[in-house]
Write a protein that binds this ligand. Structure first.
Ligand code: ZN
Length: 419
C-alpha cells in the first residue's frame, strides 16, 4: 500500500473508532459492571485470558447478584472474543469493552466491542471495571494528529526522534569529537582553528545523516521538523544546508533548548507548542483554501451530499473532503411506482423518515436495511474510483464552514462536470 493509502486507511479507521467510542460513552452500567481492557501488542493473549479468568473468580465475591452476574457475563464474553486472536495481539494492541448496558424500560443488553490496532501503540495493560467504559486513552490517541521529526544538537551532542501525536520517541543520538576552544601547547592557532571547524562540519554531517536516515523514508507523512539547540549551533546547522533538501524544506522552525540529551527533545516540543498547533491543521487549511478558491473563481469544486456523490460515481473527484465532526446517515429510497432511486441524509440519532418520491409523489417508507453511515457510503465509492479522502478538522474557520455551510461533504474535482 502506498503511504498516502495508509494515511487514508488510518483516517477511515480513526473515524470508525470515534463512532464506536461515541456509542460506548452513551452507555451507563447500572452498577460497577462495565469492563474495559487495554492490551499492548507485546502481551501474550494467554496471559490476558488468565487475568480475565482470575477476575471472573474474584467477581464471585460481589454481593449484589445482579452486578455479579453482569460482571461475570462481561468477562465470559471477553474471553470468547480473545479466542479469535493468535499468541499476540495485532500491531498496537487491542481494546475490549464489554458489559450490561441500560437499554431503557428497566432492561439491560450485553454489549461487547473489540477495537484492533488503534492509531498508536497501547503502552500498558489496563483492566478497568466501573460504571463507565474507559475510553479516554483511546480518545487521546484519536485527538492526536501529526508526525513530526525532532532534532536537538549542540557541538558536543545530538539527539533525533519522533513526535507522534503527543508521544516523544527518542531514536538515535551522537556525540562529537569536536575539541574545546582551548588549544594544546605547541599547536598553531590557525591549524587548531581549521581542525576545529572541520570537526564541527563533520559532526553536523553526522547529525544530518542520522536525521536523513530516519526521516527521509517517511518524508511524505511528515508534518514538519523541529530543530532545537543553543545559538549559534542550530543556526549553523540549518544555514549550512546539511539536511536532505526535502527535509530542509519541512523545517517548521528552530527553538532554543538548554539540553541536547533526550530531555532536550521534550524541551523542544514544549517550546514549539504554538508552531505544532498550527502545523496540525496546516494541511487541512491548505486544502480548504484550494476548495474556496475553486468555489469563488474556478469550476473544480462541488459540495453537498448528492452533488458530491454524483461526481464521485463519475470518477471526477480528485479529493473527497469530509468534516471530521460530521455524523450523518444516508437512507436510499427505491420508489415502487416509478423505480426512481433517491436518497436522504439524516442525523445519526434521528429515526428513519418516510420519503415522498419527487418524480411521482408516492410516499416511500424508509427501512433500516437501506440506511447506512453517509461517510462510509461515500468513502466506499471513493475507494472504488481511486479518490483520496481527507477528513477536515473543525478547529479553524474554513473547516467549521465545511461542516455548517456545506453540509460536511465537498470535493475537489479533476475536471469540470457541471454537476
Ligand atoms: Zn416514484
Amino acid at each position: 500500500m502506498s503511504q498516502e493509502g495508509e494515511q487514508e486507511h488510518s483516517d477511515r479507521k480513526k473515524y470508525e473508532f470515534r463512532k464506536v467510542i461515541e456509542d460506548l460513552k452513551d452507555y451507563d452500567g447500572s452498577g460497577t459492571q462495565l469492563v474495559t481492557i487495554y492490551i499492548p501488542d507485546d502481551r501474550q493473549i494467554s496471559d490476558v485470558v488468565q487475568h480475565v479468568t482470575q477476575e471472573h473468580s474474584e467477581a464471585a465475591n460481589i454481593k449484589s447478584k445482579q452486578t455479579r452476574t453482569a460482571v461475570q457475563d462481561a468477562l465470559t464474553s471477553i474471553k470468547d472474543r480473545l479466542r479469535y486472536f493468535d499468541t499476540f495481539p495485532p500491531d498496537n494492541g487491542i481494546v475490549l469493552f464489554s458489559g450490561a448496558v441500560d437499554s431503557g424500560g428497566g432492561r439491560t443488553d450485553m454489549v461487547t466491542k473489540v477495537l484492533e490496532s488503534p492509531p498508536q501503540p497501547i503502552e500498558s495493560f489496563r483492566y478497568h471495571c466501573d460504571s463507565d467504559f474507559l475510553t479516554e486513552p483511546l480518545e487521546e490517541m484519536l485527538a492526536d494528529k501529526g508526525l513530526f521529526g525532532l532534532i536537538v544538537l549542540d557541538r558536543r551532542e545530538a539527539n533525533v526522534g519522533w513526535l507522534k501525536g503527543k508521544r516523544i520517541e527518542p531514536v538515535k543520538s551522537a556525540s562529537s569529537l569536536v575539541p574545546g576552544k582551548q588549544r594544546k601547547g605547541g599547536q598553531s592557532a590557525q591549524r587548531f582553528a581549521r581542525l576545529r571547524l572541520e570537526a564541527i562540519d563533520n559532526f553536523y554531517q553526522e547529525v544530518a545523516g542520522m536525521a536523513n536516515d530516519l526521516f527521509v523514508p517517511r518524508r511524505h507523512e511528515l508534518d514538519g521538523i523541529l530543530v532545537g539547540g543553543p545559538s549559534p549551533t542550530k543556526d549553523e546547522f540549518l544555514d549550512g544546508d546539511y539536511l536532505h533538501h526535502e527535509l530542509q524544506d519541512s523545517v517548521l522552525d528552530k527553538f532554543d533548548v538548554a539540553y541536547t540529551d533526550e530531555s532536550g527533545l521534550k524541551d523542544l516540543v514544549d517550546n514549539a507548542e504554538d508552531a505544532l498547533a498550527d502545523a496540525e491543521v496546516m494541511k487541512d487549511k491548505k486544502v480548504m483554501e484550494e476548495f474556496f478558491k475553486e468555489l469563488n473563481a474556478g469550476d473544480l469544486a462541488t459540495y453537498g451530499f448528492e452533488p458530491t456523490r454524483r461526481n464521485l460515481v463519475m470518477g471526477s473527484v480528485d479529493r473527497l473532503l469530509i468534516s471530521e465532526d460530521l455524523r450523518k446517515d444516508v437512507i436510499t429510497y427505491d420508489c415502487p411506482e416509478c423505480d426512481t432511486t433517491e436518497r436522504e441524509v439524516v442525523d445519526r440519532r434521528k429515526s428513519t423518515p418516510t420519503h415522498t418520491c419527487t418524480e411521482c409523489g408516492t410516499d416511500v417508507e424508509g427501512t433500516e436495511e437501506n440506511r447506512e453511515d453517509a461517510i462510509d457510503h461515500l468513502i466506499d465509492i471513493a475507494e472504488q474510483r481511486g479518490t483520496e479522502t481527507k477528513f477536515i478538522s473543525t478547529d479553524f474557520e474554513k473547516g467549521e464552514q465545511l461542516l455548517n455551510a456545506f453540509g460536511g461533504f465537498a470535493g475537489l474535482l479533476r475536471y469540470s462536470t457541471g454537476v
